[in-house]
Design a protein around this ligand. Structure first.
Ligand code: GLC
Length: 605
């Protein structure tokens, strides 16, 4: 019989234990959904390498990294830039794409799910067939935060129906100069409406982030993007701190109070300091003073632009991360970003505590969203995309966003019955034009780009069977036999700096020619402007009997005709002062200029 001495016996047990595959112990703490999120984050981070952590701070465009590549590289977030859609561009294809990224991510050793961001800024606007709601300038005209919260909820359902879990919205910019190409992304020129419209955050995020169809919202673009000199997109906001705090900060306070999960930094500068390197405003004000506990994401290739040169450098990586950015929307050269950041940490120029803080913020949101449990698309929401209920909500929002600015002789509302109505204008029968930028593609485009109801179709549906509706884009064929002419004019789609208007801000020559034909007929002319901002139309206004500002209504153009034909009394009021002349820009409430129509103006029947 072999007698083991205690020491030998212990050694023997140790050897046996070492070679015997451990019977699977209970799952690691971070996978235990019953544990507090903070504990799960701690446990997961303790298992992560520096490379893992740098990966979580990296966001790549889907076109730069397919699911297998993204997982192999340890990339923590994927985005679709404006118009970056799967083929075919259907809700099901989006959901399949999202699920493929998640399947690859959770198959990695630590199985950290990705978080996938899109710009659903007026509905799930990248997706064919989605409900396209009015852009923010129109929602600002409603001055109805409860409606906007419902729009947030409907948008979240359509976004979640494609799997996507993060929405780069709302833009809470306060547009001070209407020359800015992003004026239509603003709820208003004063902080009050952007502040109350932060209600959309609650709609998007739901009562809890892991609730059904909840998606992470993004307050953007922090801070002062709407205050640049000349309305120059990505320009320089040259104001003192008192004005920055009074005008541009309140909407972010409101969004933080509503628990917004992420904040996107603005491309712009504040008094010549790039926001993406502004330690005082990000670390000092946003995170410390305002107590923002979510995570901070850069804008697209924004860190490339801080030194005025193409591409990004180690200095730009270091200065943005040390300023308080937690995740960088690279979006293509992600390996270079990861290598540079890792090198900065290893050189001690970015502290590990900064890396850990960023990871803690990001992972906390991933756990709170339930991504470790609810990994794939909840296809029960896929059918909400472009649903009749959502389109009806959008039509309600279009109605409420209409601002009646002139109504001589009470020419409006138009009768539905009898006679002939002439419709003209390049924006009368064009879903793309009435939706504006950020629709199917980044810049948007004219034409039948997605299913919806044009304003012309809305007119045809609104009138009685005995009423004849004639449409000619240019106004050719009108004569005195018509009882009214409706001219739907304004702007064609644009986004961001492409839409800056440093020069004239009036109607184009096509619209002016169309209006001249209508006016020459002697028929009462009702003008409907479809535009992303107030336009310089004071010189033409006397020839018009009525003027209705429709803004960028989206797919449900019948909401405009609900007001034109009196099914709804117009209640919208101007979220932006309406200039008398482009020379007045910037023109805002309280300055000593004489507008054509003041901020808050709007007529009713
Ligand atoms: C854009 C916009 C930003 C958007 C981001 C991702 O350049 O500035 O609003 O969320 O890139 O598309």
């Amino acid at each position: 019989m072999t007698h083991f001495r205690p020491a030998t016996a212990l050694a023997a047990v140790a050897c046996i234990a070492a070679v015997t595959p451990a019977v699977s112990a209970s799952p690691p703490a971070y996978r235990d959904a019953s544990r507090p999120v903070a504990d799960r984050v701690d446990d997961l981070m303790a298992r992560m390498s520096l490379q893992d952590k740098v990966g979580q701070m990296t966001q790549a465009e889907r076109l730069a990294a397919d699911p297998a590549t993204a997982a192999a590289a340890g990339i923590g977030s994927i985005l679709s830039g404006g118009g970056s859609a799967p083929t075919p561009n259907t809700a099901e294809a989006w959901a399949d794409m999202y699920d493929a990224y998640q399947r690859a991510a959770i198959a990695t050793p630590l199985g950290i799910p990705t978080i996938y961001g899109v710009d659903a800024v007026h509905g799930h606007n990248n997706v064919q067939g989605a409900t396209i709601f009015p852009h923010n300038i129109g929602l600002g005209a409603t001055d109805d935060p409860e409606l906007v919260e419902r729009i947030g909820r409907a948008t979240a359902e359509e976004v979640a129906g494609t799997g996507i879990d993060w929405d780069f919205a709302p833009c809470l910019c306060v547009a001070r100069n209407d020359r800015w190409g992003r004026t239509y992304e603003s709820f208003g020129e004063s902080p009050e409406r952007p502040t109350t419209m932060a209600s959309v955050v609650t709609g998007l995020q739901g009562s809890t982030l892991d609730g059904p169809a909840s998606v992470l919202a993004t307050a953007k673009h922090y801070v002062g993007d709407g205050g640049t000199t000349g309305g120059d997109d990505q320009g320089n906001t040259e104001i003192d701190e008192v004005e920055l705090r009074a005008v541009h900060l309140p909407p972010f306070r409101a969004a933080i109070k509503r628990g917004v999960g992420s904040v996107m930094i603005s491309y712009s500068s504040w008094n010549d300091v790039k926001m993406h390197t502004n330690d005082y405003l990000i670390n000092g004000v946003l995170k410390n003073e305002l107590g923002f506990t979510g995570f901070v994401v850069s804008d697209w290739q924004a860190i490339d632009k801080t030194d005025g040169e193409e591409g990004f450098t180690a200095d730009e990586v270091r200065s943005s991360i040390n300023a308080g950015l937690d995740m960088i929307m690279v979006p293509y050269d992600y390996q270079k970003f990861m290598d540079l950041l890792r090198a900065e940490v290893e050189a001690g120029r970015v502290l590990m505590s900064r890396i850990d803080d960023a990871n803690r913020r990001i992972l906390t949101k991933k756990f709170e969203l339930g991504l470790f449990e609810r990994r794939f698309t909840d296809r029960s929401f896929t059918g909400t995309i472009g649903s009749p209920e959502h389109r009806e909500l959008a039509r309600e929002a279009v109605r409420e966003s209409q601002v009646l600015l002139k109504n001589d002789g009470n020419v409006l509302p138009l009768a539905k019955d009898g006679g002939k109505i002439f419709v003209a204008g390049k924006n009368a029968d064009d879903i793309g034009n009435q939706s504006g930028g950020w629709t199917i593609t980044w810049q948007g485009s004219s034409g039948p780009i997605t299913p919806g109801t044009t304003i012309l179709r809305g007119i045809q549906q609104a009138v009685s069977p005995g009423t004849e509706v004639t449409y000619d884009r240019d106004g050719n064929g009108i004569d005195g036999s018509y009882r009214a002419a409706i001219a739907v004019v304004g702007e064609t789609p644009y986004a961001e700096g492409e839409g800056d208007r440093p020069e004239a801000m009036g109607l184009d020559e096509e619209d002016k020619a169309t209006l001249a034909r209508l006016e020459a007929s002697g028929v009462p002319v009702v003008v409907v402007t479809v535009s992303g901002r107030p336009l310089d139309i004071a010189a033409e206004l006397p020839e018009w009997n009525a003027l209705l500002a429709a803004w960028l209504p989206g797919t449900e153009g019948a909401g405009v005709t609900d007001v034109l034909f009196g099914d709804n009394n117009p209640t919208g009021t101007l979220p932006m002062t309406w200039m008398s002349s482009a020379d007045q820009q910037p023109i805002n409430e309280g300055d000593d200029q004489q507008p054509l129509f003041p901020h808050g103006y709007g007529l009713s029947y």
